[in-house]
Each structure stands twice: as C-alpha cells, then as structure tokens.
Write a protein that binds this ligand. Sequence first.
Ligand SMILES: Nc1ncnc2c1ncn2[C@@H]1O[C@H](COP(=O)(O)OP(=O)(O)O)[C@@H](O)[C@H]1O
Ligand code: SF4
Ligand SMILES: [Mg+2]
Length: 356
Amino acid sequence: MPDGSEGDVLLQVDDLVKYYPVRRGVVFKRTVGQVRAVDGVSLTLRRGQTLGLVGESGSGKSTLAKLLVGVEAPTSGRILVEGVDVSGMKRAERRRLRRTIQLIFQDPYTSLNPRMSVGEIVGEAFAIHPDAAPKGARTKAVRELLDLVGLNPDHLNRYPHQFSGGQRQRIGIARALAVKPRILICDEPVSALDVSIQGQVINLLEKLQDELGLAYLFIAHDLSVVRHIADQVAVMYLGRTAETGTDVQVFEQTRHPYSRALMSAVPLPDPTLRDTRRPIVLEGEVPSPAAPPSGCRFHTRCWLAPIVAGREGGDGTGVPSVCSTVQPELEQQEASGHLAACHFAADVTSEAVGHD
Ligand SMILES: Nc1ncnc2c1ncn2[C@@H]1O[C@H](COP(=O)(O)OP(=O)(O)O)[C@@H](O)[C@H]1O
Ligand code: SF4
Ligand SMILES: [Mg+2]
C-alpha cells in the first residue's frame, strides 16, 4: 500500500473554509452569526490511495465532501484537482474537471429517484457528460457498469424499489463510475446498511480500487471499517483537523487526545494490548460550530488538559491557559507525515492513559 509519500497527487485541499450564515427574523432575515462547518482543512489524496475521514457527527465531514464535489462553494481556501485550482475556472471547464470527483451518498434509499429505471439512473450521467459514452453505445455502457458493480445487466429496466439496500448502493456506485472518475468521495457509504451487507459493499469498493486505480476519500463513523480500508487517516473535530497520518500512525501512535478517545473504543486485534487499554469516555456533546470554544476547540472535553493543568498549573478551570487561549496548529510528530494539533501531543502516549 502507498505510504503517503509516493504517487501522484490527484487532489489537494489548502486551508478550506465553509461558513454558513445563521439567519433570524420573520420579516427580515438578518444574519446573526456563522456556522463554521469547515474551518481550515488541508489534505492530500494520491492516486490509488484511500484517505479515511473520521469524527463525530457535526464535525464537518459531509460539508467537506460537498465542497470537494462542487455542490457547495467554499468561503475561502483552495481545491486543486490534478494540480489545477478549481475556484478560478469557468463553469464548463469546472464541470469537465468535476467529472474527476464523484460522490457516493450515505443513504441508498433516498439518493435514487424512485421514478427512474436503473438504466436511466446510471445513464443520466451521459446526458450531462455526453462524451463519457457515445450515443449509440450508452445502453451497452450501462450494462457494463451494472456488471462491474456485481448487478445483473438484464435488470436495467427495473426500478429502485425492486432492489435491496446493498444493491441500491451498488447502483449508486455504478452511477458515480459512469463518468470515469479518478476519485470517489464515499460519505458513510455503508452506515445505512445491515452489517452483513456492509462487508460486501466494502469488498466491492476495494475490488474497484484495484481494477480502476481509484482514490477514495472514505468518510465513516465506524473506525474499524476505516482501519480496514484506509491507508491514510484524518480525524476531524468541529471543522478542523485534529490529527492526520498513515493508518498505523493515527491508530497505533496516536498523538491527539480526541483521536485517542475515539480509538480507545475500537476493538484491538492484539489481545495483549486489548487487556491493558482503558477506554476513554468523551464527556458531553460536541459544542456548536456557531460558537466554537476559544483556543483549542477540544478544550471543553479534553481528558488530557486537566492532567496537564494538575502538573503545570491552569487557567483556574482545570485547563492549561495555553489550551483555552491559543489555537493549536497541525504540527509534525516524530515520523514523517504524522501531524497533530495539540499543545501537549507528546503527552498522548499509550502509557499516559492507555494502561491502568
Ligand atoms: N446548509 C447548512 N446550513 C447551516 N448549517 C449547516 C448546513 N450544512 C451543515 N451545517 C452545519 O455544519 C456542521 C457540520 O455538518 P456536517 O458537515 O453535516 O457534519 P458531519 O457530516 O461531520 O456530521 C453542523 O453543525 C451542521 O448543522
Ligand atoms: S491543546 Fe490542550 S485542550 Fe487541546 S487537545 Fe491538546 S491538551 Fe487537549
Ligand atoms: Mg455527515
């Protein structure tokens, strides 16, 4: 598997920001604030690579996905697709380039038009991007796509309700593949499916990656799925990246207290580690991204901050002053490519919390 330092960069995101206005009022809708859904995210995706994106609900993962496929426009920041800045492009150019990145939705039950046949759903992409398949060959192309995702090509005249959840997700994948993308953004693609079906869809995605050389941004709640599929991992908290690195770096050499808490809930393959590792329970809800905490956004829930404050003195609330006043930037850890945004990243060793 690629280790992140090699291969061609397909997608590069620099300091991406998306704020949604908060509006109040019945007669006049006044803007009274901003939801900082994505607030300075950078990432790199290379050919054939899978970047797993994790974080609690509300951390900005779906917003990031929407920015990448152009459903939403960023407030600021840059998106480079194969080295070309998308924001400076004309519409037609942008649409051509956008073909490169396709989205697979979370919910296979609502993302397919119930009044369209499978053939129409998958073939619709050819109407938007006519050069993806020549006019006379479109039915043949649809049949090929259905076969590629493990569906019976003879079922192209059936409707979505005639398929199971897993089969519908395959239809969604076939639709995304119709325009020959290089990158698939998979926004929790299996979380609406039965556990028994999830594995089949994951296997299909892995097979397609091998056969077609696709790169994936794979968003998931379930960390064991990410552990299985991702080469690189990014952990998001309240619109920002808390930690990023290879799967081994983030899962085993964890350097951010937030990721450490998420990881502690994942079953470990190594039973000796499993026995000595204590789960860290995250207290409280994720704060509102309309009013994120000062300094480090995680300081209101961080389990490490009180430990450090006990040692070094704090701001009177059991949190080191630097945590409540200074926003930590992503910084290089020991190994190359491993970045964490915590003033006390060096204290997040497995010894510090992982063992009783
Ligand atoms: N169109 C929108 N208008 C206002 N707020 C939004 C909009 N879309 C998402 N948000 C807010 O942005 C934050 C991040 O949401 P989202 O990207 O869906 O997170 P995730 O996918 O990680 O659960 C949430 O607080 C959500 O309520
Ligand atoms: S900077 Fe402080 S509050 Fe933020 S994660 Fe690190 S220790 Fe916790
Ligand atoms: Mg989401």
